[in-house]
Design a protein around this ligand. Sequence first.
Ligand code: PMP
Length: 422
Amino acid sequence: MSIANTGSPSPTSHLFNPLFAQPEGSPIRELFPYLSRPGMLSLAGGYPSPGLFDAEGLQQAATTALQQDAAASLQYGASEGQLPLREALAELCASRGITCTPGDLLVTTGSQQAFDLLVKVMVAPGDPVLVEVPAYPATLQTLKLAQAQVVSVPTDEHGLDTEALARLLAQWPHARRPKLLYTVPNFSNPGGTLLPASRRAALVALAREHGFAIVEDDPYGELRFDDRCEPSVYETGLAQCGSANPVVYLSSLSKTVAPALRIGWMLADAQLLRRCAIAKQTADLCTSPLAQNIAAHYLRSGRYAPQLQKSCAEYAARMDALCSGLEAALGEQIRFVRPAGGMFIWAQLQPQEGDHEALSRALFAAAVTQGVLYVPGKAFFPADAAKQAGLCMRLSYAAPTVPQINEAVERLGRAWQQAVLS
Ligand code: PMP
């Protein structure tokens, strides 16, 4: 349950940091109250399917962590992370084609913390940060609190548009140069797109030319539905720039094992990693050593790969159900690209005419009445670009079952008819 915003005066309100005077919560978390309505079906959250949690495997890993390493599991640990987990994560990276050693890697409390630390270390108020748009909302939220100047980079059905980025950089309109560029190249949130290798190479070349760092956020790369797999931007950076690699790689066990472990990690050069480790000292001292040791034993148990295979098969079936359901319920009135992995479909409704913003509000209200939730597109745009969201929406197929998805799209179809007629 979220903490209520009652509007009643706070005895400490005159002491708030101005950044928190009128705070806006995560637009996705703000949808939580609707979820508790009886019978509501949600295509909104990016939650993994509860049926795909390997509780038995994690229970065995927890028992091992407490039997074999009770002292290390229950004690404070190094801010950089426990060595057994860093070793296991370096191996996981190797299986993704990423060359690294345990020393190149900082364990974080979810990859959300990795991004937060990176922004603390690199971004001063007013610094421009390039962000692919539509963007993961927590990234926008982090940058807003850091008082960064968010500069949108357009995307298309293949992800970040590197040609548009090149044009933007060539005619850079701001006084300060960009520091960072944030992208989710594998099955992005919310776009569901997979960035082609040629664009990854072009992106690294632009970072090199213009002197910014790339944040490659990769929580979804292993959730693939076919053989398509592109080289990581990190590895592309290593190949092009060697030790001057401008890419920082972030990943997470949240989508493939369990979000509750809160295990994420960052791969970066030693100087940057050291500074992020220092920033982490003031954030939480260390990521839970118990969670780290459970994760390390789990990754070593041999259960990760078969579980991942199961997840990919299940998510592919759910994605199929959602795509076919949308086509059946909305036909020509909806456009989307079938994702080749991940958890999301980015869809755009195509009304004949009318005020898109008003229609978008009417659709959401009708959807709630019909008993289906999605995330309206504007959650994924910086405030000054919210108009671009039009009638876009993010739909997730990860958590609902196929019968629930079938019912949810029927409800969405009815909501659309209701909104168009209203
Ligand atoms: N990046 C992206 C693109 C995400 O979708 C998410 C989770 N929704 C995160 C980062 C944060 O994940 P974690 O649970 O590892 O903090």
